[in-house]
Design a protein around this ligand. Structure first.
Ligand code: C5P
Length: 228
């Protein structure tokens, strides 16, 4: 299975002036934990690591320390996650039929989750790891604090990554998105917008996206618990 890891973001919301994925958690950069899950997966054989060239020396060091130099290929990212994934898709070998996309910032995803997604994508065109939401979600009118809607919680799932797709179809969806100027925060949204079916498969409660310093502290706790 082919895996793309978008890792070309910044550390703005983390209050850091460098790529947040280079920040340490339990003695290793966030990105190292994400790559470790890929290394331990049974099915992933090829990893496209999407980053900004300024981070490549650090990325290479991490990849080398994990003994993954043969498996990991560096790809230059763009200014948005959407653009980064588009470039990642173009960097895939031509034989890649299906692809897993997993955010570098979700460093707690387990190898078992990656493998479950890799297996499931053999039987459908698109899927998303997700978990049912626990909170009641409100829709609020932009620019106000006025609630306009309370969707039925039993139908709501919080999308995570991995997300997985048939490469050729996803590439077409990205191209259509670029032509139409769609701006999305995950790949499934492009797939859905083009009318293709996307399934949810059970994600992991601990599979959080490291965004703020609090997330970093929680990640450290989870990793420490896994180690003990
Ligand atoms: O910023 P956020 O955490 O939502 O980004 C999700 C993932 O997308 C992160 O792993 C980040 O490194 C990646 N990203 C990217 N290219 C960008 C912006 C974000 O690969 N231009």
């Amino acid at each position: 299975m082919y895996l793309l890891i978008p890792a070309a973001g910044s550390g703005r919301r983390m209050g850091s002036d460098r790529n947040k994925l280079l920040l340490p958690v339990l003695g290793q950069p966030i990105l190292a934990w994400t790559l470790l899950a890929a290394r331990e997966s049974r099915l992933i054989r090829w990893v496209g690591l999407i980053g900004q060239p300024v981070d490549f020396p650090d990325f290479k060091e991490i990849v080398m320390a994990l003994g993954m130099t043969k498996m990991v290929h560096l790809i230059q990212g763009g200014t948005t996650r959407q653009e980064s994934v588009y470039r990642g898709l173009q960097g895939l070998p031509a034989v890649a039929g299906r692809v897993l996309i997993h955010d570098g910032a979700r460093c707690l995803a387990t190898p078992a989750l990656l493998d479950r997604c890799a297996e499931a994508i053999q039987h459908c065109p698109g899927l998303v790891a997700a978990i049912p939401v626990k909170d009641t979600i409100k829709v609020v009118k932009p620019g106000t604090h006025q609630i306009t809607q309370t969707p039925d919680r039993s139908n709501l799932w919080a999308a995570q990554t991995p997300q997985a797709f048939v490469v050729e179809t996803l590439l077409r969806c990205h191209e259509q998105g670029r032509e139409q100027g769609w701006q999305v925060t995950d790949d499934a949204a492009l797939f859905e917008q083009c009318g293709y079916p996307v399934k949810v498969i059970e994600g992991e409660e601990t599979n959080l996206k490291i965004t703020t310093p609090l997330d970093l502290a929680i990640a450290e706790l989870v990793l420490r618990q896994r180690q003990s």
